[in-house]
Design a protein. Sequence first.
Length: 298
Amino acid sequence: MNKIAVLQLSVAMAIFGSVGFFSERTGLPALELVFVRCICAAVFLCAAWMATGHFKREKWDVREAMLIIFCAVANLLNWIFLFKSFELISVTIAISLYHLAPIIVLIIGSFIFREKLSLYSILAISLCFIGTLLIMGTDGFQSSSPEWEGIMYGIIAAFFYAATMLLGKSITKTSVYATTFLQMLIGFLLLLPFVDFHVYTTLHASQWFYTVLTGIVHTGVVYLLFFNSIRHLPTNVVSFMIFVDPAVAILLDILLSGFVPDMVQILGISLIFLGMIYSLRTTRPTENEIMQKRPHTM
C-alpha cells in the first residue's frame, strides 16, 4: 500500500466533501459555476506545471491524449450534473446518490484492470454503500414530493464520476500536471459557447470569494492530489477512500449549519468508516502471498 498516495487521496476527498457547502454560497447556476472552476483551476495547474518543470519532461502519447480528452468530457459532465442536483435536492441526498460511483468502479474495474473482487471487498463496499443510504436520513425517504429530477441528476453524475476515475487510472505516462491542466482547458473550451455571462455581473464580493475558492482549492488542488494518487492505488482502495467525501459533508452540516443527525444517520456514518477501515485491511497482502512472492532458495 502506497501510504503517501492514500494520504493524498484522503486529503483530496476531505476537501471535496465541502464543495456542496461552498457551491451553495456562490449564487451561480451549475454550468456557470463549472465554467469559473475550469478557468481558475487551469491557471493554477498551468502555473504548477511550469513551476515544477514537468512541462520540459513530458512524454506525449497519442493514446493517452485521447484518454485525457475523454476523461475531461466525463469530468465536465460529472460536475454539471452534480451541481444541478445540489440545486434541486439537499447536499446530503445528492452526495449519497453521487457515491454510487465506487460501486460502478469496482464492478467495471474488476474487468478492465483484472483486479480480483473478493467476497471481503464486496462486503466492505456494501457497508459503505448502505452507510451512504442511511445518512440520507428517514426524511429523505418519506418525502411526499421527492425531487426526482435532482435524484436523476445525482445518479447520472455518479456514472460520469465513475468514468472519470476509470479513465484517470489509465493515464500513466503524462504527468498529473499536464493531465489536469488539459482537462480544465478542454472543459473551458467546451462550455464557452453555452455560458450566460450576465449572471456574473450580479455577484457580490463574498460570492466571488466562494466561487474562486472552489476553482483553486476544490478543483486545482483536489485534482492534483486525486489524479496523482489514483495512479498508485488499486481500484478497490480508490473506491473505498472516496467515501471520506460524504462523511465530511455530514460533519460540515453538523458544525456549520447546526444540523443534528438522527440515529439512522449516525449509523450510516459509522458504517462508512467501518467499511473504509475494513477495506484497507483486506487489501494488505497475506503472509502466504508474501511467501509466494519471495524468491526460492536452494
